[in-house]
Design a protein around this ligand. Structure first.
Ligand code: NAP
Length: 254
């Protein structure tokens, strides 16, 4: 299989790169940190591509490097907002929304023509509790609200993509709490909680790779169980708005 992994330089994505490479798959992976990327490429034989996926222009440059056939996309790149004010990219988007949602939208849309029949797209998402998430797609959020909004956007996108592309296997997966670099900027009690109760990243990897190796019905997963989304009442309207907004951005930054 030819597999493309984002966030392959750390945490869950790096564990996916390692697991798939050990199983003999051809893996290309993307991240910002060149040193870690090169080290993981040397260790696994994977192909490292350095890019800042919070920038739509860079997602286009990355997508242009891939040719058919691609059997699976595993999209893990992301972070959590931890600042008092929202961080905004040089393209003007809130960074967490851009990385956790827009990069996945952009890469998956651009690589659709390269995907094989029945290919899988597996995207790391949140815990599905979106009743109070913001749906003001164009307004920057800060802190955990930014990550919550990005996860909601991603799950709504995945629902629509699964409807539009019935031959593909589209999934989001919430892996639960995982011990990774994600929390290294967080307060000490949070870091202790993760150290004590977080799962190993190899465990999280297995939840994602299961969805590419085996055929499973249903879009949203919590570890190995189907997951029901808790959506705001306006979900259908805001999903359509999001779809149109995201496509307008893709065209603008191509
Ligand atoms: N850990 C958890 O408990 C947990 C739970 C649920 C969901 N998640 C989600 O899982 C995803 C992966 O998190 P993780 O726990 O594996 O964290 P991590 O160890 O910090 O890894 C994050 C990965 O994303 C990449 N990345 C971040 N920003 C990027 C950017 N602008 N451009 C390109 N690559 C970028 C990082 O690359 P560089 O290091 O090279 O910059 C790194 O490879 C995140 O979206 C997170 O919200 C995590």
């Amino acid at each position: 299989m030819n597999v493309v992994v984002t966030g392959g330089t750390s945490g869950i994505g790096a564990a996916v790169v390692r697991e798939l490479s050990q199983n003999g798959q051809r893996v290309s992976f993307i991240g910002r940190n060149r040193e870690r990327g090169q080290a993981i490429a040397a260790e696994t034989g994977g192909h490292f591509i350095q890019a800042d996926l919070s920038l739509l222009r860079e997602t286009h440059q990355v997508a242009a490097q891939f040719q058919a056939p691609i059997d699976s996309l595993i999209l893990c790149a992301g972070g959590i907002g931890s600042k008092a004010t929202p961080l905004v990219t040089s393209e003007g988007f809130e960074t967490v929304f851009a990385t956790n949602y827009l990069s996945k939208f952009s890469l998956s849309q651009q690589l659709l023509p390269q995907l094989t029949t029945n290919a899988s797209i597996v995207m790391v998402s949140g815990n599905s509790r979106y009743n109070h998430a913001s749906t003001a797609w164009q307004s920057p959020e800060k802190g955990l609200r930014a990550a919550l909004k990005a996860s909601l956007a991603l799950d709504l996108y995945a629902q629509q993509l699964a409807k539009n592309q019935p031959t593909l296997r589209i999934h989001t997966c919430y892996p639960g709490m995982v011990r990774t670099n994600l929390f290294k900027q967080q307060a000490l009690p949070v870091r202790l909680l993760i150290d004590l109760f977080g799962q190993a990243s190899a465990q999280a990897s297995s939840y994602l790779t299961r969805l590419i190796y085996e055929r499973h019905e249903g879009v949203h997963w919590h570890k190995t169980s189907p997951m029901q989304l808790h959506l705001p009442p306006t979900a259908a309207d805001v999903a359509l708005e999001l779809w149109n907004y995201s496509h307008s951005l893709l065209a603008k930054y191509s």
